[in-house]
Design a protein around this ligand. Structure first.
Ligand SMILES: [Zn+2]
Length: 124
């Protein structure tokens, strides 16, 4: 199961919904800004709409929302896509540190001391 990006708690699947005097409806997504309509409340002008799936942290309550691309929101693929983006960012950060460490390992001592100090500053 997914881990909360705020507190590392356990993320559980759920759904945001609207309760209108006992009539319950799921919240959906529309691309762009909707216009007000006296007939239906909001006008979407034929724009793409999709379902939303979501995760909530069972520790801190943080909520993540995922909107599908036109069709229904598929929690599994959207969650994996978001996790993939997080991992890409983490990998880029790690690769940056590896490059710095490679430079340190192959450069003269004077420059090595400066690079080590730079790494210490990054951790603060
Ligand atoms: Zn959390």
């Amino acid at each position: 199961m997914a881990e909360c990006p705020k507190c590392q708690g356990r993320m559980e699947e759920g759904a945001p919904y609207v309760d209108m005097w006992g009539w319950r409806m799921l919240v959906r997504w529309v691309d762009g800004r909707p216009r007000k309509s006296s007939w239906s409340g909001l006008s979407f002008d034929g724009r793409e709409r999709s379902d939303i799936s979501s995760l909530r942290c069972d520790t801190c309550g943080f909520i993540e929302l995922y909107a599908g691309n036109g069709a229904g929101a598929d929690y599994g693929t959207m969650h994996l896509r978001a996790e993939n983006e997080r991992l890409k960012l983490e990998m880029a950060r790690v690769m940056d540190r590896v490059k710095t460490l490679e430079r340190i390992a192959t450069d003269p001592a004077e420059r090595t001391a400066r690079e080590i100090e730079d790494l210490r500053d990054k951790d603060r």
